[in-house]
Design a protein around this ligand. Structure first.
Ligand code: PBG
Length: 320
């Protein structure tokens, strides 16, 4: 008889035949940095995650370094917003200050910056509004200004997340023409228009004031189009291709892994985090086990890099 159970008899043999395992090397930890001072505020819908001002962020960064998490993804929350999000390319803006502070005090941390406008625009959309919609090509010009400002401040990698067409080409060319030819791009290639971003929009104060993001983020029903998005970004010179959210889109992660010879990242987003935390708080699931199981499923689907709010918690378990 075929007996697959033979190799499941003991933990030691299960370890030997285990196909995928998580490592702290897989993790990128997102951080919300708010302009101002004395800020360390809990995000209600994301237990354990806070918004920090720069003067209060050291204990968090010490912990990330001690846990050996290699990288952080920075989101800025500026004091002032305007129509175009001009603060995004202010060389003394909150993200630029954060990059310089972290580079100086935590040189081992690899700094990735989220490149977008929704936290910086008064209307909360990811670019310049013309006729009640985000205008693609004029937004590209502002993305270029933002990217150069991040690069000059010392970012190690940029991650454009706005889903404008031609972003990667625009970013690659401006970096190459400005002496940053070695700065890599992680493309939010396949970013779906998802209700799983709900808690993030509270955390980053970035909910759109009118309408939704369906004219730029992808329809969750589409798989062929996901491949097209990734192909364009691949051809335009993205170094890493990302799928977002993660859990409801693991088929897309696997599609990309099979098709491209580049590292694949997935973003385990705020709503995915919040659901686990909420159910665990109610005692309905074992939060730690569900966390490790879902992170492992991302690895199994083909993710080389996992961006996750669970990074610190999972690292504590993995480092044991
Ligand atoms: C846009 C951006 C979003 C997230 C990361 N970058 C949200 C959006 O499109 O509204 C979501 C992250 C998360 O939910 O954890 N700059």
């Amino acid at each position: 008889m075929n007996r697959t159970r033979r190799l499941r008899k003991k933990e030691s043999i299960r370890r030997l035949v285990r196909e995928n395992s998580l490592s702290v090397n897989d993790f990128v930890y997102p951080l919300f940095i708010e302009e101002g001072s004395g800020i360390e505020s809990e995000i209600e819908s994301m237990p354990g995650i806070k918004r920090f001002s720069l003067d209060r962020i050291s204990s968090e960064l010490n912990e990330v370094v001690e846990l050996n998490i290699p990288s952080i993804l920075l989101f800025g929350i500026p004091a002032d917003k305007d129509e175009e999000g001009t603060e995004t390319w202010n060389d003394e803006g909150i993200i630029q200050q954060a990059i310089k502070f972290i580079k100086k005090n935590y040189p081992s941390l690899y700094i990735i910056t989220d490149v977008c406008f929704c936290e910086y625009t008064s209307h909360g959309h990811c670019g310049i509004i013309h006729n009640h919609d985000v205008d693609n090509d004029s937004t590209l010009t502002n993305i270029q200004k933002q990217v150069i400002s991040h690069a000059k401040a010392g970012a190690d990698m940029v991650a454009p997340s706005g889903m404008m067409d031609g972003t990667i080409e625009a970013v690659r060319s401006v970096l190459d023409n400005s002496g940053f030819e070695d700065l890599p791009i992680m493309a939010y290639s396949v970013k779906f228009s998802s209700a799983f971003y709900g808690p993030f929009r509270d955390a980053a104060d970035s909910a759109p004031a009118f309408g939704d993001r369906k004219t730029y983020q992808m329809d969750p029903a589409n798989r062929e189009e996901a491949m097209l998005e990734a192909k364009y970004d691949n051809n335009e010179g993205a170094d890493i291709l990302m799928v977002k959210p993660a859990l409801s889109y693991l088929d897309i992660v696997r599609d990309l892994k099979n098709e491209f010879n580049k590292p694949i990242a997935c973003y385990n987003v705020s709503g995915e985090y919040a659901m686990v935390k909420a159910a665990a708080q109610k005692g309905w699931i074992d939060g730690e086990k569900v966390m490790m199981e879902s992170l492992t499923s991302m690895k199994r689907a083909g993710a080389d890099i996992i961006i996750t709010y669970f990074a610190k918690e999972a690292a504590k378990i993995l480092n044991k």
